[in-house]
Design a binder for this molecule. Sequence first.
Ligand code: CAA
Length: 392
Amino acid sequence: MKIGIDKIGFYVPDLYLDMRKLAVAREIEPDKFTIGIGQEKMAVAPITQDAVTLAANAAASILDETDKENIDLVIFGTESGVDHSKAAAVYVHHLLGLNPAARSFEIKQACYGATAGIQMAKGHIALNPESKVLVLGSDIARYGLDSSGESTQGAGAVALLISANPRILALEDKSAYLTADIMDFWRPLYSSTAYVDGKFSNEQYSFFFANVWQQFKEKSSLTFKDFEALCFHLPYTKMGLKALKPVLEEGTSEDKERLLNHYQKSIGYNKVVGNIYTGSLYLSLLSLLEQKEKLTAGSRIGLFSYGSGAVGEFFTGILQPGYQKHLNTKQHTEMLAARREVSVAEYEVIFQQTLPIDGSSLLSETEKDSATICLAGIANNQRQYINKTAEK
Ligand code: CAA
C-alpha cells in the first residue's frame, strides 16, 4: 500500500520585511543577506497570529468536509508552542471543526517535529488504511532585534494531509536518522527568543546531512543518480547548498547539474518567507513542486530534515502521476503577492508587541489581519481564537 502526502497547504502572515532595508538599518552590506544568506524577504507575524492560527489557516486552505470527517489523528510539530500543557493540535482541531473521534497532540524536537509527525502518520495509516492524518508544522522564528540570527527569522505554517494512495508524494520505507545531544540552538522555557551558536549550528547541520546520507546509501544502495531532486530544511536558503556541495562531489557531472538546478527551484518560497522552522523542509518541497517546470511522475525526491539539538533524517518519496492537479499553486502565488511590506521601524514595533504574561487581558484588532483565523487576544489566562468564516 502506498502511503504519503495527499495534499499540502501553506500559510504565511500578510506582512513582510525587505531584507535589503533590514541590512541598511543594521549597517550591513545588503548582499550579505540576499547573496551570503540567500534571503530576499522575511515574513513578519502580527500579534493576531501565533503557531496555532498559522497552522489552522494552512490546514483550512486544503481540507474538504470528507477530510474533516476522516481525519482521526492531528499531529502538531512546533517549537513556538503556546502552552506548556495543552497541545496546539487541540485548538486547531476545534477551529477546523474536525471529527471529535480523533487523537490530537503536539510534538517537539526543534525543526524536526513535522518530520517525526509524518513518520508517525505513516505507521498509523499502515495499521488503519482508511484513516487520514493531519500533520502541521507551524512556527514563528524569533532571535531578537539586531541579534546575530535576525536575518534568519520568519513565520508560517505547512499543513500536510497524509493518507493511503496519496496524490502528490508516496513515501518510501527506507530512512536514515541520527540523534546527538548538542547545544547549537535552543530556547529555554523563560525566553521568547532562541539562543544559538550560529557557526556551530551550520557545521552540525552539514555534519548531520553527510552522516544520514552515508547511512542511507548503505541501507538502500541508492546513489545521487537515483534522485531527481533533493529538498532540505532551510533555515536560510544558502544552508542546504553549503551542506550539499561537498557531499555532491561523489556524484557525476550530470548529477551535479540536475540536483543543483533543482535546488534553485526548491528555495523559491523560502527565499521570500524566511525560516519557518519545522515547516521549512515542506515549504522547500512545495517550492520545488509548484515551480512552472513539471517534474516527471515516478521521480524520486530526497528530503533532509534537521532539528537542532539535534535530530536529523533523510527519507524519500516518489512523485505521483498528475501531482500538479492537486497543488494550490495559484492560491500560494496570490497570497505571497498580496502581502504588505512593513518598514524596519514598523517591524520593530510589531516584534515587541507580545501578549501579557502577568494574567492581565488584552484584546487585539483582528480586522487589520487578512487571515480567516486569528488570535483575538488573551482573557482569564486563555488565548481567544476566532474563525471569521464561522462567525459570519
Ligand atoms: N556579499 C556576499 N556575501 C557576503 C557578504 C557580502 N557583502 N558578506 C558576507 N557574506 C557571506 C559570508 O561569506 C557567508 O557566506 P559563507 O557561509 O558561504 O561563507 C555568509 O554571507 C554569512 O556570513 P557570516 O557567516 O559572517 O554571517 P553571520 O556571522 O552573520 O551568521 C548565521 C550567519 C550563522 C546563519 C546567523 O544568521 C545565525 O546564527 N542564524 C541562526 C542559526 C541558523 O540558522 N543556523 C543554521 C543551521 S541550524 C538549523 O538549521 C536549525 C534552525 O532552523 C535554526
